[in-house]
Ligand binder design. Sequence first.
Ligand SMILES: Cc1cc2nc3c(=O)[nH]c(=O)nc-3n(C[C@H](O)[C@H](O)[C@H](O)COP(=O)(O)OP(=O)(O)OC[C@H]3O[C@@H](n4cnc5c(N)ncnc54)[C@H](O)[C@@H]3O)c2cc1C
Length: 290
Amino acid sequence: MSHGAEQPSPSALAALAQSLRGNFDVAETARRLYATDASAYQEMPLAVAFPADDNDLATLIRFAVEHGTSLIPRTAGTSLAGQVVGGGIVVDVSRTFTKILAINASEGWVRCQPGVIRNELNMALAPHGMLFGPETSTQNRAMIGGMLGNNSCGSNSIRYGSVRDHVLEITALLSDGSKVVFKALNAEEFEAKCQGPDTLETRLYQHICALLSDPAAREAITREFPKPDIPRRNTGYALDLLMDATCFDPASEKSFHFGKLIAGSEGTLCFVTEVKLRCNPCRRRFKSGK
Ligand SMILES: Cc1cc2nc3c(=O)[nH]c(=O)nc-3n(C[C@H](O)[C@H](O)[C@H](O)COP(=O)(O)OP(=O)(O)OC[C@H]3O[C@@H](n4cnc5c(N)ncnc54)[C@H](O)[C@@H]3O)c2cc1C
């Protein structure tokens, strides 16, 4: 979530630290520790925040907008291409947003916060006869927020697909600090979103409706995007996966879901606070977190 290049003053950062319930660190040691991920890239962030709750996140977002800096959401920091490296404020949710909020075995889903480790999620799901299929080589430390951000998958992707294929709902904060829930919408529900009150959420739906209703834009997306039969590609925003929804093509049976765009967007569109994920049936007991 980036809003410009100017840097806030030390006094503004100190006031921000005072206004948060969670920790906020501007010390060089912390900034050096968070200057890289699992990639070769390095850049000193302005500060590192450890938000305690959604209110802290909203405060951080408003600060970033007001002071023209950026927020870099971070979970385990195992990204390989500098996804959590930058000159703004790194926001580490791996310590506090760690709850599994609900498991529903009869409907086959789990709702959790972004800081839940993938293998620990599966240890909790196993007694319910379920697993979350997408895995990475880093599955014993990679977290759901980061897996969603990178649209992760691994050696079982032929069977289980990537994280995008499992997203049922995403709860997130937008760049004005407002909280929204993104979920699958049929044509009537999508239209109702576009006709909603004058909020940022409504404007997002109106904007995507105008863009993906434009024949020239649709033609350019079809022409320029990777082939649809390539199951995992994170080169840019997956706009092509939104435009085949029933709200744009009455012959389609697919619903519209902003979650398809958020998956793989590398923390650039919104700050995710909860995810509801479709689970797979699991016949054998999950053995190890290692
Ligand atoms: C040895 C090694 C092997 C790997 N193997 C694989 C593999 O097999 N498959 C694979 O897909 N990847 C692989 N990776 C890359 C990486 O481990 C995965 O992409 C992993 O899922 C990232 O999870 P993380 O918790 O470390 O995310 P992070 O690196 O912390 O974040 C990843 C992205 O998600 C965003 N993000 C995090 N939390 C939020 C939030 N709350 N709201 C919005 N955005 C958020 C971040 O800003 C960032 O853009 C590998 C990495 C290493 C080092």
